[in-house]
Design a protein around this ligand. Structure first.
Ligand SMILES: [Zn+2]
Length: 860
C-alpha cells in the first residue's frame, strides 16, 4: 500500500471555550492498494460523522470499530474522506489545550510521536507510510497559527466575523508522527537565515520563534536565533544536503511531555527552556544541545526515516551525537562532551543495568513498547556507541557515509542495514561484527586495571609496576551471558605536579584496543605507578570504570586537584558507580561531594554531583545514619551559599541544594524563611519565583507553611510554573488528610493535567518516613485499572511516580527479604499477563528499590 496525499481541515475556532471539548477534523487521503484488499485507518475520536470511500458513504455501524475505521474492498487508487470530532487533550498527547492562569488565554499545540496523530486526524499511523500533507485550520482571527508548511493563504471565514481560515503549503513527503499544528495568541519573533549553495543558488530560510504571550518578557529570542543560525550553518555544511523543509520555526509550548520534537519546519520545545527565573549556564547549554539535536533530525529522522520503531535508535542516537557535536563545534560552550559523559552517559549506564534493558536495536512488537523505548538506551547508549563507531571508522568516513545515506534515501525510509552499508562503503570496514557486539547485545562492560606490583611493592605511587592487565566484565542482564565487546579507548596516567601538593595532571596517555576478558597493556610494565590510572580517559568508549585501589584513594584524597574537567567528571562517575553498586558506603560519596564540590568549576558537573549526593542521602545511606549525613550536607550547603561568588551559578546550585535537602530536615527553616521575607540577605542571590517556590516547598514539607501562606504566594505568582509550584508545596504537607486528598486527585480523579499531576505526585511522595505506608496496598491494587483507563503518558507518570520507593532496610533483614520488595514480586508473579509496558515500569522500580536496599546493607 502507498499513501500519496493528505488534505486535513481542523476547526479550532471554539477552543477558548472550556465547555467545548472537541473540534471538527476532516481528512482526505489519496492512496493506492492491491485491488480487493481491506485495510483500516486509525482515529481516536469523540465521534465519527461520516466516512466516504471512493465517493460512496460507508455505513458507520459497520465501518467504525472503536479507534479503527475499516476500509474494505479497495480499488487500485483510492480516496477516503473522514469527518469527525477530535478531542482536546490535557495529557500532552495529540492536540493539547492549555489555559494560561496568568491571563486566561488559550493555547494549542500538537505532539504525536510515536502514534498520537490519530488523536487529531484519521490516518495510516505508520512511519513508513509517508505522504504529502496540506493543512487548513479555522481559528480566531487574532491568533497565530502555524504548521509544517509555510502559510500560503489566510481569509476571513464567511459567517463568522471573528474567525479566519489558514491554508498551509503542501509539504514534501513525510511521516504522520512529525506533522504539527500550533495555534493560539502566541508571541512571535521573526528572523531569516540564508546561505549560498554549491551551485551558486541562494537558500533562504525564514525563521520564527513562539512562546506564550505571558512569557514574552523572559524570551531571549536574539540568543535563540543566533544559535539557530549557527546550527543551520554547521549542519548544512556538514551534511552537504541543503536544509530541505523551507522555513524553520521553533515553538516553546506549555505542559510539554518531553524536551522537544523535530516536526519539520515547526519544532516544538518545552517552555521550561524559556527561563523566567535565574538559570545556570548548564541549563542554557542543555537548551542549545536540544536545539541542535532537533535540527540534526531535519535530515536524520525527517528526511530519512526509520521504517518501523525498532530502528528508532537510528534517528535518536544520531541526533544525540550530532546535538553534542553541534554545541561543541558551532557554539562557544567548551563543555559539550563533558556534559555528554556526565549526564547522557549516566542515563544510559543506569538504564543498561536494569533487568528491562534491551539491545540498541530493539524488538518493538507494538506501539506501547515503541512509546517506552524513548529511553536511555535508544538515545544515550546509542549515541555513545556512535561516538565509539566514529573512533572506529574515523570522523571523515562517518560523515561521508552519512552524506551518501541522505542522498540515496531522501524522503524515504530505511533500516539499520542501509546506514551500515553506507558507512561500510565510506570506510572500507566490515561493520557486521561491530554491529552484532554493540547493537544487538545488552548491558554494560565494567573495565578495571589490574596492576601487579614489582618485588616488595606496596601499591604506592612511584613504585615500579610489573604488569598491567585490563579486565572486562560484562554480563548481559537479559541473558546472563558474558558479552565481551571490542573497545577503542585510552588510559590516562596522572601525577602530582609538584610533589604531592600540586595539581594532578596527565603525564601520559596510551590508546589501545581492548577485547575479551583480559587485555595486557603494553608499555606500562616496568614504569612507575602513577597517582591515578584512568581507564577510558577522554571518554571514548561506553563502559563502567572501576578505579584500582591506589587510584581510588587518590580520587578520594585529591579529586579537586585533577586539572582536566573531563577526567574529573569521569572520576566522579567512578565514585558514584561504586556507591550505586554497593561496593562502598554511600556516605563516602556524600563526603567527597562535601569536600570537593566547592572547588568544582564545571557547573553541569556540580549540579549533577549535588543531585547524586541528595539521592545517596535519601536512598542509599541506612536509616540509622541518615539524619547525621543529611544534616552534614545541609550545613555544607548553607555555608557554601554564604561563601560562593555572589551571583554565580555555584551560589544558585548551593541554594537549590539547601532547599531540596531541607524538605527532609528542618534544621535550617529559619534561614529559608529569612530568604523569603528578605531578612536574610545573601549578596548576589536573587530570590526569584522559582527559588521562592522551592523554599516554600521545603517549609511545607516540614509542616512549617500554612495553606494560607501558600495561597498568598500563588496570588503573587499567577504563572503556570507558579501553579505547579503551589501544587507540589500543597501536597508536600506532612498531614494524613493532605496525602489522602493528593492521592485521590492523582489516582481517582481525571481533572489534573499532565504537569499538575506530576507536581502533585512529587509533593505527595515528599513525606516523613512511614507516612505513606498506608498507600502500598492501594498502589498495587490500582495498577491495572490505571493502565487500562488512563492514557499511556498519564498512566506512566502515576505508576512510576507513586511506587513506594523510599524504604528503609530494617536491621537484620536481607535486601531481598524487604516486605515492599516481596510485595512487588507478588504483584509481578500474580500479574504475569499484565501489559508488558506496565510490567516494565514495575520491574524497573523494583530494581531501583533493590539497589537502594543493597546500598543500605553495605557493611560500615
Ligand atoms: Zn530526538
Amino acid at each position: 500500500m502507498t499513501t500519496h496525499r493528505y488534505d486535513i481541515s481542523l476547526d479550532v475556532r471554539h477552543a477558548a471555550d472550556p465547555a467545548v471539548d472537541g473540534y471538527t477534523s476532516r481528512t482526505f487521503i489519496a492512496f493506492s492498494a492491491v485491488p480487493g484488499a481491506d485495510t483500516f485507518l486509525d482515529f481516536i475520536h469523540g465521534g465519527v460523522h461520516s466516512v466516504f470511500l471512493n465517493g460512496e458513504e460507508l455505513d458507520l455501524g459497520f465501518a467504525v470499530d472503536g479507534d479503527r475505521i475499516q476500509l474494505r474492498n479497495l480499488a487500485a487508487d483510492n480516496e477516503v474522506i473522514v469527518t469527525g470530532t477530535a478531542l482536546y487533550s490535557r495529557s500532552g498527547e495529540g492536540m493539547h489545550r492549555f489555559f494560561d492562569p496568568a491571563d486566561g488565554k488559550c493555547y494549542l499545540y500538537t505532539q504525536y510521536e510515536p502514534a498520537d496523530a490519530r488523536r487529531v486526524f484519521a490516518n495510516f499511523e505508520q512511519p513508513e507510510l509517508k505522504a504529502e500533507f496540506t493543512f487548513h485550520v479555522a481559528a480566531p482571527s487574532d491568533w497565530h497559527v502555524a504548521s509544517n508548511g509555510a502559510e500560503s493563504g489566510r481569509a476571513p471565514l464567511a459567517g463568522d466575523p471573528d474567525a479566519s481560515t489558514w491554508d498551509f503549503a503542501t509539504t514534501k513527503r513525510m511521516s504522520t508522527y512529525i506533522t504539527s499544528i500550533l495555534a493560539g495568541p502566541y508571541f512571535r519573533a521573526e528572523d531569516n537565515w540564508s546561505t549560498v549553495l554549491d551551485d551558486g543558488a541562494r537558500l533562504e530560510v525564514p525563521l520564527a520563534l513562539y512562546c506564550r504571550a505571558s512569557l514574552a518578557e523572559s524570551f531571549d529570542a536574539p540568543e535563540l536565533f543566533a544559535l539557530t543560525k549557527a546550527g543551520l550553518d554547521f549542519f548544512n555544511r556538514l551534511f552537504d544536503f541543503p536544509y530541505p523543509w523551507g522555513k524553520y520555526e521553533q515553538a516553546f509550548v506549555p505542559e510539554y511531555n518531553l524536551g522537544a520534537m523535530e516536526n519539520p519546519g515547526l519544532v516544538t520545545f518545552t517552555e521550561k527552556y524559556v527561563f523566567t527565573s535565574r538559570a545556570t549556564d548548564a541549563q542554557y547549554e542543555a537548551r542549545a544541545n536540544t536545539l541542535m539535536h532537533e535540527m540534526a533530525h531535519m535530515w536524520f529522522g525527517d528526511l530519512v526515516t526509520m521504517r518501523w520503531w525498532d530502528d528508532l535508535w537510528l534517528k535518536e542516537s544520531f541526533a544525540d551525537f550530532m546535538g553534542t557535536l553541534g554545541v561543541d563545534r558551532a557554539t562557544s560552550w567548551e563543555s559539550a562532551w563533558v556534559s555528554f559523559a556526565n549526564k547522557r552517559k549516566a542515563w544510559a549506564y543506569l538504564q543498561d543495568q536494569l533487568p528491562t534493558t534491551h539491545p540498541i536495536v530493539a524488538d518493538i512488537p507494538d506501539l506501547e513498547a515503541a512509546k517506552q523505548n524513548f529511553d536511555g538506551i535508544t538515545y544515550a547508549k546509542g549515541a555513545s556507541v556512535l561516538k565509539q563507531l566514529v573512533a572506529y571508522v574515523g570522523f571523515e568516513a562517518f560523515i561521508n557515509g552519512s552524506r551518501q545515506y541522505f542522498r540515496e534515501h531522501a524522503f524515504g525510509n530505511t533500516s539499520l542495514a542501509d546506514l551500515l552499508g553506507a558507512l561500510e562503503t565510506a570506510s572500507g570496514r566490515d561493520l557486521g561484527s561491530w554491529s552484532r557486539q554493540w547493537l544487538q547485545t545488552s548491558g554494560i562492560s565494567t573495565l578495571s586495571a589490574e596492576i601487579t606490583d614489582g618485588p616488595g611493592g606496596t601499591g604506592s605511587i612511584g613504585e615500579i609496576m610489573e604488569s598491567v592487565l585490563l579486565r572486562q566484565d560484562s554480563v548481559d542482564p537479559a541473558t546472563g551471558r558474558q558479552e565481551h565487546r571490542p573497545h577503542r579507548l585510552k588510559l590516562g596516567l596522572y601525577d602530582y605536579d609538584d610533589g604531592d601538593s600540586g595539581a594532578l595532571r596527565r603525564t601520559d596517555s596510551l590508546e589501545l584496543d581492548v577485547d575479551g576478558p583480559l587485555t595486557a597493556v603494553p608499555g606500562l610494565a616496568g614504569r612507575p605507578r602513577p597517582a591515578l590510572l584512568l581507564v577510558n580517559d577522554e571518554d571514548l568508549s561506553y563502559a563502567k570504570v572501576r578505579l584500582d585501589g591506589r587510584s581510588e584513594a587518590t580520587a578520594r584524597e585529591a579529586l579537586d586537584r585533577i586539572d582536566d574537567p573531563m577526567a574529573r567528571a569521569l572520576c566522579w562517575t567512578a565514585l558514584w558507580d561504586s556507591a550505586r553498586d554497593a561496593e562502598t558506603p554511600a556516605e563516602l560519596y556524600v563526603a567527597a561531594v562535601e569536600r570537593f564540590a566547592p572547588a568544582e568549576s564545571g557547573i553541569g558537573v556540580l549540579l549533577n554531583i549535588l543531585g547524586n549526593a541528595a539521592t545517596a542521602v535519601e536512598r542509599y545511606v541506612p536509616a540509622a545514619q541518615r539524619d547525621t549525613v543529611r544534616s552534614g550536607l545541609l550545613n555544607t550547603a548553607a555555608a557554601r551559599l554564604r561563601d560562593s561568588v555572589p551571583g554565580s551559578d555555584q551560589q544558585l546550585a548551593w541554594v537549590r541544594t539547601l532547599a531540596g535537602v531541607s524538605r527532609h530536615d528542618g534544621g535550617r527553616l529559619g534561614l529559608l524563611r529569612g530568604l523569603l521575607s528578605g531578612t536574610e540577605d545573601v549578596a548576589g542571590l536573587a530570590v526569584d519565583a522559582e527559588l521562592r517556590w522551592s523554599l516554600w516547598q521545603a517549609l511545607a514539607a516540614n509542616g512549617a507553611a500554612t495553606p494560607a501562606e501558600l495561597e498568598a504566594e500563588l496570588a503573587r505568582d499567577t504563572t503556570a510554573s507558579g501553579r505547579e509550584g503551589h501544587a507540589l508545596a500543597s501536597a508536600a504537607r506532612p498531614d494524613a488528610a493532605v496525602k489522602a486528598e493528593a492521592w485521590q486527585a492523582a489516582v481517582e480523579s481525571t481533572a489534573l493535567s499532565n504537569e499538575i499531576l506530576g507536581a502533585t505526585i512529587a509533593g505527595f511522595m515528599t513525606a516523613p518516613s512511614g507516612m505513606l505506608d498506608a498507600y502500598i496496598e492501594p498502589y498495587f491494587d490500582c495498577l491495572e485499572r490505571v493502565w487500562r483507563e488512563r492514557s499511556i503518558e498519564i498512566a506512566g507518570r502515576i505508576v512510576r511516580g507513586l511506587f513506594p520507593a523510599g524504604q528503609d532496610l530494617p536491621e537484620g533483614t536481607a535486601p531481598e527479604e524487604h516486605p515492599v520488595l516481596l510485595r512487588t514480586d507478588a504483584w509481578l508473579t500474580g500479574h504475569a499477563d499484565a501489559p508488558r509496558a506496565l510490567r516494565r515500569i514495575v520491574l524497573e522500580q523494583r530494581d531501583h528499590l533493590l539497589r537502594a536496599l543493597r546500598a543500605q546493607a553495605v557493611p560500615r
